[in-house]
Design a protein around this ligand. Sequence first.
Ligand code: NAP
Length: 243
Amino acid sequence: MTTVLKDKVAVVTGGSRGIGFSVAQALLAEGASVFICGRDPKVLQEALDKLRIASPANVDGSAADVRNYEDCRKVVRAAAERFGGLDILVNNAGVGVFKPIDQLSVEDWDTTIQTNLSGVFYCCREAIPLMRKRGGGYIFNISSLAGVNPMATGSAYNASKFGLNGFSEAMMQDVRYDGIRVSYLMPGSVDTDFAAAPGSKPRQAWKLTGEDVAKAVIDLYKFPPTALASRIEMRPSQPPRKK
Ligand SMILES: NC(=O)c1ccc[n+]([C@@H]2O[C@H](COP(=O)([O-])OP(=O)(O)OC[C@H]3O[C@@H](n4cnc5c(N)ncnc54)[C@H](OP(=O)(O)O)[C@@H]3O)[C@@H](O)[C@H]2O)c1
């Protein structure tokens, strides 16, 4: 373990389950302090209880909906107040609605775009001034291979992740001279409850794990500050063969 993450302060949106929870665990293991959020207060509390077993003093969180700008403002400010500043933002909260276009409701569309795209902008807008105060920082946006590969039933999800990729690259150019690095990660299938009721999906060993994505976040952070891997594709090494 190196010490580059020791005493850094991170916000992980959607840190209550899945990939976000793994990223929170990995950051804590490296000595960072972590503030997580999610909509469901019960699930959030369970996650906080688990994370506090290993790191009682370095973890906190609050229920929040990233579709709501005021919620994002409160989360980012609460993290900075609790731990004395902000160095890292992991925009991970995301939803997936997969339906043919003629079955996609306006609500499906709005939920997807507001969560996966607007929520990222809201959190970045609040986080960047705090990172500038620290002389720099790192923003990780958890995108998807659906950000480069369109698929049937994926119109809303594809639009949100294609948009997120463009947003990330433009923002990276805006903030690079402030010492703020921006990377977007595009995993393929990850073994979580994504787009399903929690606990309802059978686990599948061929998929990436949340820990795999978390390792990429940690490794990227540890790159020399002069090097920026801005766009990362990750995929399962051996997915089932197509018949
Ligand atoms: N799993 C995959 O195959 C895969 C592949 C590529 C990319 N991704 C991306 O990875 C990210 C995490 O996915 P995951 O697989 O870990 O999904 P997950 O297991 O369903 O977890 C999603 C997390 O986001 C939170 N969340 C959802 N909507 C939110 C909102 N409006 N405000 C605040 N928190 C919210 C959830 O908590 P609540 O439900 O309590 O709000 C939960 O903590 C997403 O951006 C997803 O697009 C996933």
